[in-house]
Design a protein around this ligand. Sequence first.
Ligand SMILES: Cc1ncc(COP(=O)(O)O)c(CN[C@@H]2CONC2=O)c1O
Length: 282
Amino acid sequence: DYVIVNGEYIKRSEAKVDIEDRGYQFGDGVYEVIRVYNGKMFTASEHLERLIESGKKIGMEIPYTVSELKQLLVELITKNQLVLGTLYMQVTRGTSPRNHAFPAADVRPNLVVYSKEVGRPIENMQQGVKVILNEDIRWLLCDIKSLNLLGNLMAKQKAVEAGCFEAIQHRDGIVTEGSLSNISIIKDGKVITHPADNLILNGITRQKVLGICRNNDIPFAETTFTLEDLKNADEIFLSGTTVEVTPIIEIEGKKVGAGTVGPLTKKLQILFEGEIEKECGK
Ligand SMILES: Cc1ncc(COP(=O)(O)O)c(CN[C@@H]2CONC2=O)c1O
């Protein structure tokens, strides 16, 4: 397989990162995961715009336009003959002698992109998943999709050690998001999810689901909800590039509703699949 390193296509075995790459040393960079269905990227523009936005938020100018990045990614999909999978891409602040302060302006950010064959999370979407609760101890710029993922990793690890799929994070009793997904509850037919502020990542899938609600007269609100609301929800689901729309059927050992996938979540899954087919074909 090929990978992209700074605009060049090289074999995976030849891809090297300098020991003083700031992404390697400090997690000083931003990233995106883009889904590929039927050999075509899904919501590529939204992801690439967010990548550039994340760069700006950490004071890093990414030296590519959205269309230049898109061309690079399309070429990589072709070279690797990727049909169903993901593209992982990250941009770090570049290679420079270790220093907390940012490097000189002439140090160019480093871009790496590689593809992976990844099936769809069919079983999780059909059966639903179990989750734990976990205090959200992350910093207050969670809207930036940065490489600084230790808080997310430790939350996910805690879930896995508890035999669960995800950790639902909460801050002062307010539910924020998962370790790599957003979360929504459904109560009396209404979809409720945390506002897109500095306490969550404004997920592309979250935005897609809200668009589906808007276009299908499904009531929704971008408002905070509490751990109490979570426990009393009729249905709950995760959303994310790799999780799509994944129902939660159990929280800390307690069933959600009847402990099965709810009807409105099922409807959202079908409508979401329609969006995928619209953009990527069957
Ligand atoms: C903390 C966090 N919240 C929400 C999301 C969902 O956002 P999208 O709908 O834009 O994917 C992600 C995606 N995490 C990426 C997607 O898959 N793996 C990741 O690390 C995430 O890491």
